[in-house]
Structure formats: C-alpha cells, structure tokens
Design a protein around this ligand. Structure first.
Ligand SMILES: [Zn+2]
Length: 230
C-alpha cells in the first residue's frame, strides 16, 4: 500500500496532467484548473476514507467538512439572514467532521466497499450532482468536477495495487487484488447498497449531452437535427 504522501503527489500529478489536457481542449479556463486539481487530489485520498483514525483521514474529513460547509452556505446565501447562513454552515461542518466521520469509523473496514471502482463511480456522480444541483454550476463544469474526483480515486486504487507487487522479488504481496476491485465481494449487503446509491445518482445526474457536444464528439448530430447548442 502506497503511503499518504505518495498518494497525494501522484494524485496532484495525474490531475494536473488531466486539467492541462482539458484546458488544451478549451473545456476549462486557466483558473478552473486549480479547482479541478484540488478535486483530483481529494479523489486521490478518498479510497482510504475507511482506514483507521489516522492523521490523513482526519485531514480528509476536515477538508470534506469545509467543502460541505461552503456548499451549505452557498445554497442558503442571499435567501436568509447571514447569522442563519453561518449557523447552517457550522452545523454542516460539525455533522461531516464528527457525525459522518464517527459513522464511517464504526461501520467500515479498511479496503472494504469504499476501496473499489464502484465507489469511484459513486463519488464521481455525487460530486457531479452536488455541483449541478447545489452549487448550480453548468452541466459541463459539474461533470468535470465528478470526473476529477473519480480520476484521483482510480489513480489511488491503481497505485495501491502497484505497490502490492514486490518488484525486486517479482512476487505478489498478500494484499494483491484487495486494492483495485469492482466492489466488495465478501460483503454483499454493503456492495448492493452502494450500487443502489450509485444507480440513483446516475438517474439524478444531469445530461451528458452538453459534455459530448463541448468535446465536439457529437457535433454532427447537432447539425443534423438542427437543435443548436444548449
Ligand atoms: Zn488505499
């Protein structure tokens, strides 16, 4: 298993490369690059969300709690008194930092259902839906947010699996096959619950058409049907 610093460094490198590519395609502006690299890095830490009560995990939950507090404040800003908005943000922070964190520690095992490709899709779709419905970002931006969370996530899984191959002895360590998996094969209930939540998010997620149009892949269908750009 790769250590925390390695995970962060590789996640930053992979998301910087991907963000550079997206900027090249004119999908994003230069200032969006920093935000997407941050999301990719968070994605790179997420799979170990179910590890023990270690420093990186507390840091990760702190970051997630701050993001949730900002999201909650943004959702209510301008519609209520400022002390009310601050209160909602504080409650959101405390709920994620202590409530959700406590539940995670209690009910998850390390390298369980959250250390899987299914979880990568789940967290990506979750980020897309939060960006679209709560932050009210454009469809393309929302999907990019989700993509970068998933990208960091998958890079983490690959790195863990890579570290389970002892290159000097050319043999597999005992942990081989536990890092990169579709779902948690031994825990059917947890996998089924996560699959249900993922499918629900997939149905809720915004249309992918604007993304494909932005990338120019289905330009011809737009021209043919005469629908124009959304
Ligand atoms: Zn891991």
């Amino acid at each position: 298993m790769a250590n925390f610093k390695t995970h962060v460094a590789v996640a930053v490198a992979a998301s910087t490369a991907a963000a550079g590519f997206a900027a090249d395609l004119k999908l994003i502006t230069a200032d969006q690059t920093v935000w997407l690299v941050l999301l990719g890095t968070i994605g790179g830490m997420l799979p170990d969300i179910d590890a023990d009560n270690s420093k990186p995990i507390r840091l990760l939950f702190n970051v997630l709690a701050i993001i949730c507090a900002i999201t909650a404040a943004k959702a209510f800003y301008g519609r209520h008194e400022s002390y009310w908005v601050l209160g909602v943000a504080a409650v959101a922070y405390l709920m994620v930092r202590y409530g959700v964190f406590g539940l995670f520690n209690r009910f998850t095992e390390h390298r369980g259902v959250f250390h899987s490709l299914l979880a990568a899709v789940f967290f990506g779709l979750l980020a897309t839906c939060v960006s679209f419905y709560i932050l009210h970002w454009t469809t393309v931006q929302a999907w990019l947010d989700g993509f970068f969370i998933s990208l960091g996530f998958v890079v983490h899984l690959l790195l863990d699996e890579l570290f389970s191959v002892d290159l000097s002895n050319k043999r597999m360590k005992k942990s081989f096959g536990t890092a990169l998996k579709l779902c948690h094969y031994q825990n059917f209930t947890a996998s089924a619950l996560l699959l249900t939540a993922t499918l629900a998010l997939a149905m809720l997620a915004p249309s992918t058409v604007p993304v494909r149009q932005a990338m120019g892949f289905i330009h011809w269908t737009v021209v043919k049907s005469g629908q124009g750009w959304p």
